[in-house]
Write a protein that binds this ligand. Structure first.
Ligand code: NAP
Ligand code: MG
Length: 482
C-alpha cells in the first residue's frame, strides 16, 4: 500500500473528499506504488479558500521580520530534511538523486532569498504637491493567490511562488500537479515547521480539471500564478479575461543552442548534452533545437551522437545513472508519438525508442534521441516535446542562424556558442527570448535574476528576483497632507 496523499487546509492535514483517487507509482519501476488517496474536492477548495481569506488580514499586518522568520524557518526544515525530500522527489518524478538534491538546495536558497526580499524597501517617497505633506507610493499584497504548478520541478516551482507570495503578505492555495504530490507536501510541511500561521498556506491535491479550474474561476481569488503547458496556460488566460484576476503564466519552450563557426565545440557539445538531456529533457528551458553553422555541422552531429549513446539510463537513485525515466506512462507515450511523427521531419541518428533502465524492466524510459537535418518548419522543430530529444538544424549564415532561432511560437531561453564578442552582442540583441546564455547551458538560472519568457512562453510578468514583487504586490498611492 502506498503512503497516504493529504491536503493541508486551514492549518490541518486531511484526506481529500473527492470521488476520484490519486495514485502515484515510481516511474522507474511502475510496480511500486508510492502514494495514494482520494483527491481534494471542490468543497475542500472552498474550505481552503475560507482559511486563506480569514488569515489574510492578520498576515498582511504581520511584521516583515516575522514573515521573513517563517521563510527562514521553512528553509531550515528543508535543509535538515534534504535527504528524505530529495529521495521522495527522485522517486516520484524520476530525476536522478543528484538532480533532486540540486532542486532541494535551490528551494532552500529561494526561501532564504525571499526572506531577505520581505525586508527590502516597499515603495517610494515622492515630493508633495504643496509645500508640506508627503506622497507615498507603497506596494501592498494582492490577497489570496492561487498557485498552479507542474510536475517537472515539483518542489522548486511551488517554492518560487509560495516564498514570494508569503514574503510579501499574501495568503496562498497551492494546486500542484497530480503526478508529484509528495514534493508539494514536503514544502508545506516546511512552512508549517517554520511557524507559518494556519490558513496562510493551503494545499489542495486535486485534478486540474476539478480543483484547478475551480481555483482559477473562484470569485475570491485575487491572482493566479501558473507554470505549465501552453494549452492549459492559454485556457486559464481565457477564463480570467474580463475579470479583475491578475495572471502570471510561465509556459513551454523550444529552446535553441546556436553553434557558430568559431565556437569552442567541446564546450558547445558538453553544454548542449547537459542542457538537453538533464532531467530527461523535461525542463521548460531544456535545449531542444541545435542550430549549427555549415562548417561545424558534421562535427556537431558526430559528437552529439557519440555523447548521447554513452549516457547510462537507470534507477535515478543509483549514483551511476546519468538519466532517469520520464515522469509517467502517458507522458512517455506522448514523447514516443512525437518521435514517431518526427521520422518524416528529419533523420533519426540516435535513440528513438523506449529505453531500458539497466536492470529495470518496467520503468518509463526513453532513449536519448537525436534527429539530424531537421526541417525547421516541421513539428519536430516547432512543438515542445518535453523529453530527451534534440533536433539538429543546419544554417548557412549568421543571419539564417538567428532567424531560425526566432522562428518559433516560443521565446524562453537560448544558448549561444561563440568567442566573437560582436557576434555574441548581435545575438543578445536579436534573440526573442527571456533568457540568453553566452557559452552556457540553456536551463541554468539563478533565483535572484528575473525569470520568464516572451511570445508563447510567458505572460503577465516575470518570476524570481526583484521582479517577483511586481506580480505579488500592487501599488497604493498615499497623499498625506499636513
Ligand atoms: P500542464 O499539463 O499544463 O499542467 C500544469 C498544472 O496545471 C498541473 O497542476 C495541472 O493539473 C493543472 N491544470 C491542468 N488543467 C487545468 C485547468 N483546466 N485549470 C487549471 N489548472 C489546470 O503542465 P505539466 O504537464 O504539468 O508540465 C509540463 C509543462 O510545463 C511543459 O509545457 C513545460 O514547458 C511547462 N513548464 C514551464 C516552466 C516555466 O517556468 N516556463 C517551468 C516548468 C515547466 P493536473 O496535474 O491535474 O494535470
Ligand atoms: Mg501535462
Amino acid at each position: 500500500m502506498g503512503e497516504r496523499v493529504l491536503s493541508f487546509i486551514a492549518g490541518k492535514w486531511r484526506e481529500g473528499r473527492g470521488e476520484r483517487s490519486v495514485r502515484v507509482v515510481n516511474p522507474a519501476r511502475s510496480s511500486e506504488l508510492l502514494w495514494e488517496g482520494p483527491e481534494a474536492s471542490i468543497s475542500d477548495l472552498e474550505d481552503a479558500m475560507r482559511g486563506a481569506q480569514d488569515s489574510f488580514t492578520s498576515w498582511r499586518r504581520t511584521s516583515a521580520a516575522a514573515r521573513a522568520g517563517v521563510l527562514f524557518g521553512a528553509a531550515d526544515w528543508l535543509r535538515t530534511h534534504a535527504g528524505q525530500v530529495a529521495s521522495d522527489l527522485s522517486r516520484e518524478q524520476g530525476k536522478t538523486l543528484m538532480e533532486a538534491h540540486g532542486e532541494v538546495a535551490s528551494a532552500v536558497r529561494s526561501l532564504q532569498y525571499f526572506a531577505g526580499q520581505a525586508q527590502e524597501p516597499v515603495g517610494d517617497l515622492l515630493p508633495p504637491s504643496e509645500t508640506s505633506g508627503v506622497i507615498w507610493a507603497r506596494r501592498v499584497p494582492v490577497g489570496v493567490v492561487g498557485c498552479i504548478t507542474p510536475w517537472n520541478f515539483p518542489l522548486l516551482i511551488p517554492t518560487y511562488k509560495l516564498a514570494a507570495a508569503v514574503a510579501f503578505g499574501n495568503t496562498v492555495i497551492l494546486k500542484p500537479a497530480l503526478n508529484t504530490p509528495q514534493s508539494a507536501m514536503h514544502l508545506v510541511r516546511a512552512f508549517e515547521a517554520g511557524g507559518c500561521p494556519s490558513g496562510v498556506v493551503n494545499l489542495t491535491i486535486g485534478s486540474g480539471s476539478g480543483v484547478g479550474r475551480a481555483l482559477v474561476q473562484h470569485a475570491a481569488v485575487a491572482a493566479i500564478s501558473f507554470t505549465g503547458s501552453n494549452a492549459v496556460g492559454t485556457s486559464i488566460a481565457r477564463s480570467v479575461a474580463g475579470t479583475p484576476v491578475r495572471v502570471q503564466l510561465e509556459m513551454g519552450g523550444k529552446n535553441p543552442a546556436l553553434v557558430f563557426e568559431d565556437a569552442d565545440l567541446g564546450l558547445a557539445i558538453d553544454m548542449t548534452v547537459r542542457g538537453a538531456m538533464g532531467m530527461a529533457g523535461q525542463r521548460c528551458t531544456a535545449t531542444s533545437r541545435v542550430i549549427a553553422a555549415d562548417s561545424v555541422y558534421a562535427e556537431v552531429e558526430r559528437s552529439l551522437s557519440e555523447r548521447l549513446q554513452a549516457l547510462r539510463l537507470g534507477d535515478p537513485l543509483d549514483s551511476e545513472t546519468d538519466m532517469g525515466p520520464v515522469v509517467s506512462e502517458s507522458h512517455r507515450r506522448e514523447v514516443l508519438a512525437h518521435i514517431e511523427r518526427g521520422r518524416s521531419n528529419g533523420s533519426l541518428a540516435t535513440g528513438g525508442a523506449a529505453g531500458r533502465g539497466g536492470s529495470l524492466e518496467n520503468g518509463f524510459f526513453v532513449q536519448p534521441t537525436l534527429f539530424t537535418d531537421v526541417d525547421p518548419d516541421s513539428p519536430l522543430a516547432q512543438e515542445e516535446i518535453f523529453g530527451p530529444v534534440i533536433s539538429l538544424i543546419r544554417a548557412a549564415s549568421v543571419e539564417e542562424t538567428l532567424a531560425l532561432a526566432n522562428q518559433t511560437q516560443f521565446g524562453l531561453s537560448a544558448s549561444v556558442f561563440t568567442n566573437d564578442l560582436r557576434l555574441a552582442m548581435q545575438a543578445i540583441d536579436e534573440l526573442q527570448v527571456g533568457v540568453v546564455h553566452i557559452n552556457g547551458q540553456s536551463p541554468a538560472i539563478e533565483r535572484y535574476v528575473p525569470f520568464g519568457g516572451t511570445k508563447g512562453s510567458g505572460h503577465g510578468g516575470r518570476e524570481q528576483g526583484r521582479a517577483a514583487r511586481e506580480f505579488f504586490t500592487e501599488w497604493k498611492s498615499v497623499y498625506l497632507s499636513s
